[in-house]
Design a protein around this ligand. Structure first.
Ligand SMILES: *Cc1c(COP(=O)(O)O)cnc(C)c1O
Length: 382
């Protein structure tokens, strides 16, 4: 019997689209490791597959699930989040103009202002959370791509995706959104007018701190998408089979994990909002966050699992706080089951716009009370 067609995304994710392995009726897919696929006697391809670099069958199911969750026409998995993002920029031509946020995931901004510029892209970095600044930076007829990240690392600034899409489209540009932090559980950028969604699948999509991967999801399978797929196939930044298999397993619990992390982050942010040893708690769920109003409209049922603390007395106090926690791991990255604390300024390079008193927290799946108690004892020792 056919399954009902109006299933909620939670159901589709839990069942990985309900796919059953045809050979054994297994409810979990196999990991295909074959690098090459035999042709028939007429020298035709079987199911269109020739060689693993462009055609890895283990990627097909997680790509279909992610495309469904984001409401896109297709998805493509890459060897990392940065590989996915770079494919979007490489699909442009040297001389094209790109607008990106001044405050965004540092590793990608670093690529844009070094390799991206060397490759001939004209890159303008702006405060993307300010629609006026965004409008002023876009050059109609020359800007090909507007890139935004929301909530954005590491102050969780919120960009109004619908407004950014309108500004980009009016000028003949496309809008790409790094949706790593919000995930399709909290925000679906394509429904708000974006053309492309990018993920570091290393983070919430996989969710277990054991896969490096990236993804793109497109609103339309147009010529620009074909170019991106061509770049992936020829440059070869494909996700590996084992990673794709783990990623699908991780995505099955995406909704539970993101909702739990988001609820705990909200509780932690509220608990410490007025702490005497903190300058500021940065979390889009707090009413004093500059992006709170837009986040309430744009984010469904939560503001995400990421927040930052600005510690009074600057970098030495921030580093001391990080040194005193016992439960939070002092490590970079985000979106895993274990909570992480990170002094961003130490991780980014000298051109970092991040305040030196800032600690970035990735809230995991531990008990929120335990996480609060650990921060309390660490703050008490400052
Ligand atoms: C980690 C991250 C990236 C880069 O992804 P990798 O998988 O590390 O290459 C891009 N954007 C955001 C928001 C990230 O957190």
């Amino acid at each position: 019997m056919a399954k009902p067609s109006n299933l909620r995304p939670e159901t589709l994710a839990a069942q990985a689209l309900g796919w059953i392995e045809p050979a054994t009726r297994g409810v979990v897919p196999p990991i295909h490791l074959a690098t090459t696929f035999e042709r028939n006697e007429d020298y035709e391809l079987t199911d269109g597959r020739s060689y693993i670099r462009p055609h890895n069958p283990t990627l097909e199911q997680p790509e279909a699930l992610l495309a469904t969750l984001e409401g896109g026409a297709a998805a493509a998995l890459f060897a990392s989040g940065n590989a996915a993002a770079v494919a979007v920029f490489q699909a442009l031509a040297p001389g094209d103009h790109v607008v990106a946020p001044a405050v965004m995931y540092w590793g990608l901004r670093h690529w844009l202002v070094t390799e991206g510029r060397r490759w001939g892209l004209r890159v303008s970095l702006v405060d993307a959370t300010d629609p006026k600044a965004l409008a002023a930076a876009i050059e109609p007829g020359f800007t090909r791509l507007v890139w935004v990240e929301t909530p954005a690392n590491p102050d969780w600034g919120i960009t109004d995706i619908a407004a950014a899409a309108e500004l980009a489209h009016k000028a003949g540009a496309r809008l790409a959104v790094d949706n790593t932090v919000a995930t399709p559980v909290l925000t679906r950028p394509l429904a708000l007018g974006a053309d492309l969604v990018m993920h570091s699948a290393t983070k919430y999509l996989n969710g277990h701190s054991d896969v490096l991967g990236g993804a793109l999801v497109t609103a339309a399978t147009d010529a620009s998408w074909a170019r991106i797929l061509e770049i992936r196939a020829t440059a070869g930044a494909m996700l590996g089979s084992f990673e794709a298999w783990l990623l699908l397993r991780g995505m099955r619990t995406l909704f539970l994990r993101v909702r739990a992390a988001s609820a705990s982050a909200d509780r932690i942010a509220r608990h410490f909002a007025a702490h005497p040893r903190l300058e500021r708690v940065l979390y889009p769920g707090l009413p004093d966050h500059p992006g709170h109003g837009v986040a309430r409209r744009q984010m469904a049922e939560g503001f995400g699992g990421m927040l930052s603390l600005r510690v009074k007395s600057g970098a030495p106090a921030a580093l001391k706080l990080a040194s005193r926690v016992q439960l939070w791991a002092r490590a970079t990255s985000l979106g895993g089951p274990e909570s992480l604390i990170e002094h961003r300024r130490s991780v980014e390079s000298a051109d970092s716009p991040v305040s030196p008193d800032l600690l970035r927290l990735s809230v995991g799946l531990e008990d929120a009370g335990d996480l609060i108690a650990d921060l309390e004892q660490a703050l008490a020792g400052l």
